[in-house]
Design a protein around this ligand. Sequence first.
Ligand code: PMP
Length: 409
Amino acid sequence: LEPLDIGAIREEFPILEREFDGQQVVYLDNAATTQTPDPVVDAMSDYYRRYNSNVHRGIHHLSQEASIAYEEAHDRVAEFIGAEGREEVIFTKNTTEAENLVAYSWGLAELEPGDRVVLTEMEHHASLVTWQQIAHQTGADVEYIRVDERGRLDMDHARELIDDDAAVVSAVHVSNTLGTVNPVAELTALADEHDALSVIDGAQAVPNRPVDVGEIDADFYAFSGHKMAGPTGIGVLYGKQELLEEMDPYLYGGGMIRKVTFDDSTWGELPWKFEPGTPPIAEAVGLAAAVDWLEEIGMERIQAHEEELARYAYEQLDAEGDVEIYGPEPGPDRGGLVSFNVEGVHAHDLASIMNDHTVAVRAGDHCTQPLHDKLGVPASTRASFYVYNTREEIDKLVAALDDARQLFA
Ligand code: PMP
């Protein structure tokens, strides 16, 4: 693989030039949100300047242009993830809403007392809380596939839990806390064997590695635009067409109907049936531009770059001696992020010292509270990398550890 021209890439992100107290920002909070390159901002700006209008195929020119751009954004995303067509790509607000769509539309209708919802101990709250609450409402039971001491799923436990009582298997593709890349194709195959629905949270996968939903063969697959160089306010739910055809929507309103009378309504075509009201039009245009931008660089190269940075960060932090790193050793089954704690220093204090050095990292439970309970810590500090990050930036992160020790340890 040809190495990335990081200098040229960084030029498309003016935000990375920003300084605070005379120090250039080191942005290592990409698992929360990635930065947005100029071509994506330009595409959205062009939309607002030239063809801003509501969609749903209005009669006038502007609405027609906006409708075409909005519809084609679905095609672009479908192509990017290997879906069969726009019918399988529903735009939501984010990954969280995509998870809720499946849980409300499918879960509320299909789950019964005694059914088992199988999650993993490393689920993000987006799927954990959602399925937990839908299980409470339907009388289903929730069980969690164990995470072992190396931060990997215990697949023997997975095979125990995914039996004929399993109705849903919902798993995170890449953990936003441990960095673990889970064997999602194996999980969806197990679910399929036992007629359970499979749902994969791809929020930390689609931005960082090639993802083909056909290969993974999940029934549903969710991700967010703002973590893949795209805008906030848009996420994607991929779903198999035959399942989406059978499901009823859980949000109702305009733009999603076929026929409405005072007594009843019928639903429109996919994917519009699940996209009521005025959708995120500018954001869809921006997401399509982000997909173009990512593909031009190449997802394999992005993955290789992040893997290299994660290995470097892991090794540098590990060499410090007083840093506990969570999740698997560096390698192909670790994504581009490292969560850790420094002995004697609270994660929030550490992040605040990092901020004094204008190093942006995240501290907290990263929306995986039960996993942190299991790790026996209330919080961790997370450095997460993207295509524009460099080794020098990781050196700044490591250098800042000394200050934290002096002040707190
Ligand atoms: N799942 C994972 C694995 C995530 O990392 C995140 C974002 N932290 C989410 C779900 C939720 O994404 P959003 O906030 O865009 O809905």
